[in-house]
Write a protein that binds this ligand. Structure first.
Ligand code: NAD
Length: 502
């Protein structure tokens, strides 16, 4: 179905009005999925439109006892799911992906209503998220082991890949659908049940994709979604030895806590954590392309993206020209409600993120940065941050030292390539980096020297199901997507067949 803008942008009630018009009423029922049952619960938590602050729905508040039931249900579901042929599991995952694409418009409205991103980006997230299901549907059939040339006579050495058991996912609010399918696609393809705890800000999208999973034929207990207090719900997952693997996407701070909690039962932990991406622009480059890349790398998802360019280093010879062209593009960005088709920058999902942006801008202003801001239309709420360019940024400013996670771009000048590499690498984060240069030699040198898990050379768009998504240093552990993503949910088993001589 196609939605038209039914109310003027920024009007009160716009998201609630869209949700009322959904054909799939069950998408807004707000029931948790535990052991194949949709549980409405006694206690309910509000879901809020971050653009207006209005309550648009409510969802079941699950308790730690509910989580214990879910772990037991997943343990029961494991043998049946594991025994299914990988091709059959793949069929179910493909059918789930098709249902997501079929309901793309309604899912996109849910994402925009609770997360805030522009509708076009929400639609893109559905396609991106469904892509992981399709990818892993096929990848599950390629969970090859190895046969190792034996070091002992008359022995056969094999390595098998087997599903690890019950798995759990704790997911963030910035990609409320894709961060679920990137994890659940891999876990389910590997033969593992998964329990998902989505971010409290964005439960509706998570519960809607779980409904589609059920319709696609994912059996009872194989995928469960519980919403509620993060600490209460993660405690049983961490404590219970039956949860064999935990995959988390979110802040480095919470990632550390979960890693510590998982240590007691030595779980396999995958962490996709914060970023602080450097974006290097050299003076040999076509500036138009570099500015276009910087706009995409900074302002996608309204800046609330772990891949967001956080430190834009520009070589001195092209610095002024870059800043001028970048500022001109930034002030043209249209800020508004994500359900207004003209909107390019929506609200911050969390007020704390908007406040952090304002703090970084104030800090940079006091320390001498120059500031250019887009003018948002009047009447926008406290979660909105005007797209802002900070130039003449120095390394002592907060924005150069910590992830922003909002539409504020920091531009810093550099002189030499060595200096740029050293400054880019001077961070405990190591998720993604970008380089814009026309020199092939330089591109090859930097692709070796930059200490990041993912690099875009002359591109700001490089994610997708086939690539190993993940970070170095304190940006994480493990990889998602690609053939490596499947291995996060599998154990290797080495088997030695001895005494085979006739
Ligand atoms: P967050 O860490 O606050 O929350 C992430 C998830 O953890 C949510 O489900 C939340 O409810 C839960 N959580 C929060 N506190 C918890 C606790 N004490 N115990 C257990 N669970 C807890 O992060 P966020 O603000 O939702 O997401 C933003 C961060 O995520 C940014 O730093 C961003 O860079 C990072 N991120 C990383 C990637 C990646 O792939 N590397 C992708 C998206 C976002």
């Amino acid at each position: 179905m196609t939605f038209q803008s039914v109310l003027p942008a920024h009007s009160a009630g716009i998201a609630a009005n869209y949700l009322r018009n959904l054909q799939r009423r069950d998408f807004v029922a707000g029931a948790a999925l535990i052991d194949g049952c949709w549980v409405a619960g006694g206690q309910r938590d509000p879901v809020v439109d971050p653009a207006t602050g209005e309550e648009i729905a409510d969802v079941a508040h699950c308790s730690s006892a509910d989580m214990e039931l879910a772990i037991a249900a997943a343990e029961r579901a494991f043998p049946g799911w594991r025994e299914l042929l990988p091709a059959k599991r793949g069929e179910i995952l493909r059918s789930w992906a098709r249902l997501m694409l079929h309901h793309s418009e309604e899912l996109a409205v849910l994402i925009t209503s609770e997360q805030g991103k522009p509708l076009a980006e929400a639609r893109h997230e559905i396609a991106y998220g469904a892509g992981f299901l399709e990818w892993f549907a096929a990848e599950g059939e390629r969970a090859y082991g190895e046969t190792i040339p034996s070091h002992k006579a008359a022995n056969l050495l094999q390595v098998r890949m087997q599903p690890i058991g019950v798995t759990a996912a704790i997911t963030p609010w910035n990609f409320p659908v894709a961060m679920i399918t990137r994890k659940a696609g891999a876990a389910l393809a590997a033969g593992c049940p998964m329990i998902v705890k989505p971010a409290p800000e964005t439960p509706l999208s998570a519960l809607a994709v779980a409904r589609l999973a059920e319709e696609a034929g994912v059996p009872r207990g194989v995928l469960q979604v519980l919403v509620g207090n993060p600490v209460e719900l993660s405690a049983p997952l961490l404590r219970d030895p039956r949860t064999r693997a935990l995959s988390f996407t979110g802040s480095t701070h919470v990632g550390r806590l979960l890693l510590e909690g998982a240590a007691a039962t030595v779980k396999k932990v995958s962490l996709e954590l914060g970023g602080h991406a450097p974006f290097l622009v050299f003076d040999d480059v076509n500036l138009g392309k570099a500015v276009k890349g910087a706009m995409a790398a900074k302002f996608a998802t309204s800046g609330q993206d772990c891949l967001a360019a956080n430190r834009i280093y520009v070589q001195r010879g092209v610095y002024d020209a870059f800043v001028e062209a970048f500022a001109a593009a930034i002030v043209r960005l249209k800020v508004g409600h994500g359900l207004d088709p003209a909107t390019e920058i929506g609200p911050m999902t969390r007020l704390s993120v908007a406040n952090k942006c304002r703090l970084q801008i104030d800090d940079a202003r006091t320390k001498g940065a120059r500031i250019v801001s887009a003018k948002p239309d009047g009447g926008l709420g406290p979660n909105f941050v005007a797209p802002t360019l900070l130039s003449d940024v120095s390394e002592d400013m907060l924005i150069a030292q910590e992830e922003t996670f909002g539409p504020v771009a920091a531009v810093l000048a550099f002189d030499s390539e060595d200096e740029a590499v050293a400054r880019a690498n001077a961070s405990e984060m190591g998720l993604a980096g970008y380089v814009y240069t026309d020199s092939l030699r330089r591109a090859l040198r930097l692709s070796e020297q930059l200490e990041y898990g993912m690099l875009g050379i002359n591109t700001a768009s490089f994610t997708g199901p086939p690539i190993p998504f993940g970070g170095w240093k304190q940006s994480g552990l493990g990889r998602e997507g690609s053939r490596h993503g499947l291995a996060e949910y599998m154990e290797q088993k080495y088997v030695c067949f001895g005494d085979l001589a006739a």
